[in-house]
Design a protein around this ligand. Structure first.
Ligand SMILES: [Zn+2]
Length: 343
């Protein structure tokens, strides 16, 4: 006997169809607005949040790019929030945290001690010099030579072929990207939030390595570190139009993510409120995949796909492991992503 469940339509569906209420979130969103032919089509995709993993809170953890141990002269790593002495951001937690940025909400002494612990866990020689920037969401990339950079130097990318220097990018949701020329022995580190990404910091940064170090793209390896992933990075239409004006592949980077509540998803009209248009939390939100955006820039710069490693961890989903600016509404620490050449 055929199951009546599968044979006949859902009675609620039927009822709503009769009342012209059945509607997908997409059609609810686009009703009354005809899609222009030139407007890039969004790929609807199911993006599940990542599962939060259990982490050992008392030890310094270093995330490394798989395969990079093949070059013993190359030193690199991404930090997490565990294993430090900072108590500002999680005062209830027994173990301190590894804030590596000089924020207004942590003490200088804490950050210095945390950095010492991080460099020790990284296995960096004690005389290696850590170089950071005042990051400004630009596409500015500075070369670190024999002369030291002033700590107030502004920019979002660093590169060097000098041994003994550890280039460092500070993040808490933005995407850190590390690049190494394994033939010419040169390294670079980039800070890519959406503004830096739309300004092509990584793509133009690789171009600057080619000029400065005569790097060939086929000799470059890259690692895209933990940051806010497509599951959590909801953005406004303004961000989509900025990307649309810059990249032919912009449509591949944005996804409409529907409300996770299956009842809301199926019957959005049932949840209509009297709120003004645009002020309802109904309907899908627009999510940006910044990791993929930066992977595309590396590919466009000539790197081989197999030379690009993506850690993939979402700082917002995994906010017990990583500092996340969005999760903690700005009241958070900073991770460091570092790369350098051993002296
Ligand atoms: Zn996420």
């Amino acid at each position: 006997m055929p199951s009546s469940r599968t044979a006949s339509p859902d009675p609620i569906d039927e009822l709503l169809t009769q009342g012209e209420l059945a509607s997908s979130p997409r059609s609810a969103l686009s009703r009354g607005r005809k899609r222009e032919p030139s407007e890039p089509k969004l790929k609807p995709r199911v993006i599940e949040p990542q599962r939060a993993r259990r982490v050992a809170k008392s030890r310094v953890e270093i995330i490394r790019a798989s395969g990079w141990e093949a070059w013993p002269w190359l030193i690199h790593g991404f930090s997490t929030r565990t294993g430090g002495i900072t108590t500002a951001y999680r005062p209830d937690q027994r173990s301190g945290e590894l804030n590596l940025g000089f924020t207004d909400t942590d003490t200088r002494e804490n950050v210095i001690e945390n950095r010492r612990r991080f460099l020790k866990a990284l296995g960096a020689p004690v005389d290696m010099k850590l170089v950071t920037l005042k990051q400004i969401h630009s596409s500015s990339v500075l070369t670190v030579g024999e002369h030291e950079l002033a700590p107030s130097c502004q920019g979002d990318g660093l590169m060097t072929n000098q041994p003994g220097i550890l280039l460092a990018i500070q993040t808490a949701d933005c995407i850190p990207v590390l690049v190494a020329d394994v033939r010419k022995k040169a390294v670079a580190a980039f800070h890519a939030g959406w503004r830096g990404t739309v300004k092509r910091i990584v793509e133009s940064g690789v171009g600057k390595m080619r000029v400065a170090f005569r790097s060939r793209p086929e000799d470059l390896v890259a690692a895209i570190g933990p940051g806010i992933a497509a599951c959590c990075y909801a953005v406004g239409e303004d961000v989509r139009s900025e990307f649309g004006s810059q990249f032919s592949y912009a449509a591949d980077l944005f996804h409409e993510v529907s409300d996770s509540d299956p009842v809301r998803q199926k019957y959005p009209m049932l949840f209509l409120t009297a709120r003004a248009p645009g002020h309802s939390n109904l309907g899908p939100s627009l999510h940006l995949d910044l990791m993929e955006a930066n992977r595309r820039q590396l590919l466009d710069a000539g790197l081989r796909a197999e030379s690009i490693m993506v850690v993939g961890d979402c700082t917002r989903c995994q906010s017990n492991r990583y500092f996340s600016y969005r999760t903690e509404q700005g009241f958070t620490g900073r991770m460091l992503s570092v790369v350098g050449i051993r002296g």
